[in-house]
Write a protein that binds this ligand. Structure first.
Ligand SMILES: [Zn+2]
Length: 83
């Protein structure tokens, strides 16, 4: 029996070499760059003037997404390139 592909743990992994103009999942132009580390309110003010940014928190793992859609919250990774 095939289950419908709605399991959030089985969502496809999206990758892009450059920041996508549109979200690969919902096609909204709301792809935001994920910023890691602590940023003060003044820093955020400057970033917001430049475009979409979201905070990725200060805990960085080996597999953090580079971008994230602010509409559907899908994560987009930059493909890994060896050296
Ligand atoms: Zn989306």
């Amino acid at each position: 029996m095939e289950l419908p592909d709605m399991d959030p743990n089985k969502r496809p992994r999206y990758e892009s070499a450059q920041k996508p103009l549109k979200c690969p999942a919902c096609a909204e132009p709301t792809v935001a760059t994920v910023v890691y580390g602590l940023i003060d309110p003044e820093g955020w003010e400057k970033l917001r003037k430049k475009g979409h940014y979201v905070s990725g928190g200060c805990c960085v793992s080996d597999d953090n997404p580079t971008w994230s859609c602010s509409s559907c919250h899908v994560d987009i990774h930059r493909p890994f390139h060896g050296s």
